[in-house]
Design a protein around this ligand. Sequence first.
Ligand SMILES: [Zn+2]
Length: 748
Amino acid sequence: MKSLLAFGLFRFAQAASLLLLSAFITEAAFAQSVSYYKFTPPVIRSTETQNILFEVRVIGASTRVALDFSPAGSQPLLDLLDNGTNGDRQAEDGIYSVTLTPTQVLQGLSTDDVFRRFIGFLRLFQGTTVTSSYNIIAAIHTPEIPPVVVQELASDMQSTDYVVNIYDPAYFSATNRDDYLNNISKRLYQAFGDVYDMLDFVSVTNYIANAHHIGVKNDIQGIGQRIFDNSAARGSNGTLLGFNVFPNESLFDGAATVYIHEFGHQWIQFMQLVPFSIGIPHWPISSLASGVMGFSIPPTSQGGTYNCRLVSETGGVRLQPDDNPKTFTDFDLYMMGLVAEQEVGEHIVFDDQNDPTIRQCNGQLYTGPITRVHASDVVAAFGPRIPNVATSPKSFRVATVVISSDGLLSPEAMAFYTFFAKRAEATQALATHIGLAKGLSNPFVTATGNRANLVAALVTISPAALPDASFATAYSKLLNQSGLLGVPNWSISAGALPPGLMLDAASGVLSGAPTMPGTFHFTVRASSNNYFSEHAYSLHVGQGAPVITVTAPAPNIVGNLVSYAVTVKPEAIGSPNPTGEVQFKLNGNAIGNAISPVNGIASLTLDAPATGAYRVSVDYSGDSNYLAGSSTANTKLFVFQYSVRDDRSGDYILFNATPAARNIPRGGFYINSCGHQLPPIPARTGIGAVSGGKCTITLTHLTSTGSNSFQVILNTCRNQGVVTNGSVTNPILLLCDSDTTNNTGFCR
Ligand SMILES: [Zn+2]
């Protein structure tokens, strides 16, 4: 479904009553034509100091290709060459080139140029005969264009609040560029929500081709258009209605009549009903043609403007010139679902469309045959419009995609296209410059009499991608949106979040602790004021890292049992416990068998190792939910020997802790006998007391950093002989743990 809006970048003066809405005419009568012209860079800064490459793709053989600066004859013709020199990239490839100085491009830029300067005509020659001419328009960025924030989304995609730039050289070599747009739209939907009624495509390489509308979907009854939905092939799930294609960047301005004209082609006009059918896809020459949609110029049916107001009088129709900015007619508005059938007035269609006088809008009274048409004719032929004005959409979202051929656009170019895309939302007539036409144009809102509006701001949800999450590990990410008015409500519109995560409807915070590993696909929606944006995410939940904590064993004695304990727990409280196995290690060497924790807890009891200091650690095997890992900190185990012996006189007992284990208190103590007081010499560090038949000797730990106590409890104070290696049942409790000086000496 394609309809064309003629773009005469033509050179010839038009009949006064007939102005092409825009502006290219290729010269079919000649063998040569121009396929495109192109500036490098595509948008030229007003402060540019480097020369600018200007290239033209010529189809067919011309004897000369030259640029004729405006005004004509103001400068000598500047020849473009296809010989591989002076900037020409490749000889004899049909692309003619010349380098232009900044002055040649920028000179004389005026306000009414609206940042697009007509620099002159491109002339194709056969001998000395000019066979065809083309208007050449340069896009110029000046500091008057507000700067924008450009977000790079990928190596082939960047965006501002209003424009997505997709770098795709394949578009420019595609056999059918309009077909190729399906790839571009699908690429767009990979990063942006499926929320747009229309997509605008702008080519920065200027093809000599007309702006046009491609219908993607129609579900409107009563406008003569069939019901269809080809949105899936474009990557949309039924939201997308159509493409507006601007093959030449100079045609793209959201405030221009050509822009809203293409928009109007979504509904206008398809009616196989005389006399409307004469004008498909525009109107026949008629009062209907006075509006934005114009009439179809034979034989190509490109859109032409009809700057004429038809006033019915006795005996005929008065053709009054009317150069006011175009609006949609009441008939247009009915087709668009913006007024009721009863609000549409009578319209006049000339029966003889070939009568040249019907184009002579000079105040004449036309007395030839006419047909009067009414909205009721449409209803009679095609049924009522469904939905009608009460329920039809009144606001439309559009996304602007600028396609570039040589990499992503400069920040200035992004600002330039943002400026023009944003103008689609303008609420009053603005100065426009399309082709050679300059003047005020009504944007969509005013052209519909404030009955409908366009929203050109992109609706974006960021970030573009989410960082990975981990099982049983706290996760929090704030989602943001731009483009929606008001405070959005956040929800999941498709798919499902990883279990354990939730999206806060008010704040847009995605948080929680995942309880299932895997990759989860879901679509986030931000809604506000009946608009929404969506963004599809894939969130990978990897295995979590368990928190492994080894419980420090108390200092121990050779020959005793040591109990090692570990907890292997989720980081997030309440998450499932790890189910793998733990392996205890001393100094990195495994001890005991690997064991499975129960509820995240495991313990191992073994004989104490030989005297010494040991690092105690635990390795975790990992499981389907948790990564393998090791305890983050080692704890220390101190093992020592002691001996207790009588001095044979029964007067004292020597306590000997060996060997060099740190933290073991040093010192000897003497017990002359139970019931006796400790001798004063050597007083050393402790005193003994007898209670319940046991001697308890409390020693002060000799350290430089503090003091700790320990006890030696002997079953009998009259201990005879040597007791070693802790083999006695005498429990020794050492309450000492601070790091002290290494102490190796025999306790005196
Ligand atoms: Zn058109």
